[in-house]
Design a protein. Structure first.
Length: 242
């Protein structure tokens, strides 16, 4: 029955192309395709107001909660002798913005998105918006398929394919904290500087820089000021060989 349903919706639906794209990225066919359309629609998409469509911010909120809960359960069972601080930090490494952006890019989520095409040449925007859409898709899957299906999807597709716990446990939670600690130890002057705010689009884009001893050593632009700052710190750490 399920195969027959998939056959008809992928062969005769007006959303045939989208069904196939979602299957290629997620590994299954949706039931309520409308949820997934919302999940991949950024609020900069120019047809929103004209067609009365919703953007993915509400689904992102829901997906963030579902993802956090499933990851928390997994860590609780995987590390039975670790304390709350360890579990919280490890979960943050998995569901943190940088990691979600990386996973979304590997999955190809950025290829599904509806957004203002004026932003298509901004790699920082595309990476950040894909990470947000990843959480939105988790929310859509939860509403479409239920918790048990979503839990299995997160565990089998996300954790098994994209998370190496041995490597993860060695990663720094915050490159900004790492950079500040290094600067204090070396007695170097370090600043996080806001270089520019581009408000020509529907969402502001912040350009943050790391300045060491008065010299700019890294800069990154992103729709989130906090994310731009952390990503600039990543580049600065790479530049300094930390």
């Amino acid at each position: 029955m399920i195969r027959l349903f998939n056959f008809f919706k992928t062969r005769w639906s007006k959303d045939k192309a989208l069904y196939e794209k979602l299957y290629n990225v997620l590994g299954f066919y949706p039931y309520a395709i409308s949820l997934y359309k919302i999940a991949i629609t950024h609020n900069s998409y120019r047809h929103l107001s004209a067609k009365g469509k919703s953007n993915n911010e509400r689904l992102e909120f829901l997906g963030d909660a579902v993802l956090g809960m499933v990851i928390a359960e997994k860590l609780y069972l995987k590390f039975p002798y670790q304390n709350e601080g360890f579990l919280t930090e490890t979960r943050s490494k998995i569901v943190g913005r940088n990691k979600l952006n990386q996973i979304a890019k590997k999955m190809g989520i950025h290829q599904l998105l509806f957004y203002d095409q004026k932003l298509k040449n901004n790699p920082a925007f595309l990476e950040g918006v894909a990470g947000n859409a990843f959480e939105s898709l988790i929310g859509a899957i939860y509403l479409d398929k239920g918790f048990n299906f979503t839990r299995k999807f997160i565990l089998n597709t996300i954790l098994v394919q994209h998370i190496d716990f041995d490597t993860l446990l060695q990663e720094e939670l915050s490159y900004k904290a790492k950079l500040i600690k290094w600067a204090q130890k070396e007695k170097r002057t370090l600043e996080m500087v806001l270089l520019n705010v581009d408000d020509s689009q529907k969402r502001k884009v912040y350009e943050m820089a790391v300045v060491l001893e008065g010299e700019q050593i890294a800069s990154v632009s992103n729709i989130s000021k906090k994310t731009a700052e952390e990503m600039a710190c990543v580049k600065a750490c790479q530049h300094l060989g930390l």
